[in-house]
Design a protein around this ligand. Structure first.
Ligand code: C2E
Ligand code: MG
Ligand code: MG
Ligand code: MG
Length: 277
């Protein structure tokens, strides 16, 4: 792993890139430190039923506060961690933290029954994902159905036998598998026939202009239709307005996430949010 990391992370030596490279290497070692010193945190965004706003679960989203740079967005540090071979450790940390949180909510009588975590494609190239989930379920006395793993279509492009093995194992345990950012990758749809997927997440780029853009409306309806025809749950991402909510309900979508309902927030804030409803 370290060898591979070294190769991937330090391959450019052009003078013009020195500055960028320095910053990047500094960021990488800061991220390593954050992981080992437990200065990462999870925020949770509610997943709600569109018809009545009932909570159906929460997605865990990783947060990193850099001592100098402040909050670094995951869209910046996750790709970096993928290149350096650090993302598997991050994803494992997230899974453990999310399972512990779920158990703690249960103990406190908080009505959040399910969490979704994002898993990077590289994590599935290791052969211990299903075993790791299994041990966490035992440790925290959770049911497999309480855990959803979100992965992007990028995972399916590679389509390694090891990945497919892991997905089948997870599915037979009862863990839910979700395709994140559905429709933005380059995969063919045929994987939906072969792989044990439970959920599609309609990417927020299709949701943003739903009220004004007929093409986005058509694409969203098509995705929702595919999901329903295959018996999959469809979750709309990035719902920010009542208008978007209305269009999605009309198109037959049942579950959503977005600022219109709640932002990703700390576990504590989420508990307070739940009480206020
Ligand atoms: P994602 O899994 O597709 O997560 C949805 C992103 O949309 C999140 O960004 C969320 O904060 C944001 N979002 C939620 N509601 C709205 C809304 O109404 N409007 C808009 N404009 N955005 C909304 P975030 O937290 O910055 O995460 C970005 C991406 O980073 C995630 O996309 C996911 O791919 C990745 N990521 C986050 N946490 C992890 C992790 O623990 N492991 C891995 N491998 N990837 C992660
Ligand atoms: Mg996600
Ligand atoms: Mg997504
Ligand atoms: Mg997305």
């Amino acid at each position: 792993e370290a060898k591979r990391a070294g190769r991937n992370c330090a391959r450019f030596y052009l003078p013009a890139m020195n500055q960028a490279l320095d910053t990047r290497m500094a960021l990488e070692s800061a991220l390593r430190l954050a992981l080992s010193s437990n200065s990462l945190a999870l925020h949770y965004q509610p997943k709600v039923r569109l018809s009545d706003g009932a909570l159906v679960g929460a997605e865990a989203l990783l947060r990193w506060w850099h001592p100098q740079h402040g909050q670094v967005p995951p869209d910046t540090f996750i790709p970096m961690a993928e290149e350096c071979g650090l993302v598997n450790a991050l994803d494992a940390w997230v899974l453990e933290a999310a399972c512990a949180q779920l158990a703690s909510w249960r103990e406190q009588g908080v009505a959040i029954q399910a969490v979704a975590v994002n898993v990077s494609p590289t994590r599935f190239q290791q052969d211990d994902v299903a075993a790791h989930v299994h041990s966490l379920l035992q440790k925290h006395d959770l049911r497999a159905e309480q855990i959803t793993l979100e992965m992007t279509e990028r995972l399916l492009l590679e389509h390694e036998t090891r990945t497919v093995d892991q997905l089948n194992q997870l599915h037979s345990m009862g863990v839910r598998l979700s395709i994140d950012d559905f429709g933005t990758g380059y995969s063919s749809l045929s994987y939906l026939k072969r792989l044990p997927v439970s959920e599609l997440k309609l990417d927020k780029s299709f949701v943003r202009d739903l009220e004004t853009d007929a093409d986005d409306r058509a694409l969203s309806s098509a995705v929702i239709g595919i999901g329903r025809a295959l018996g999959l749950a469809v979750v709309a991402e990035g719902v920010e307005t009542e208008g978007q909510r209305r269009v999605l309900i009309e198109a037959g979508c049942e579950i959503a996430q977005g600022y219109f309902f709640a932002r990703p927030q700390s576990a504590q804030d989420l508990q307070a949010w739940l009480k206020l409803r």
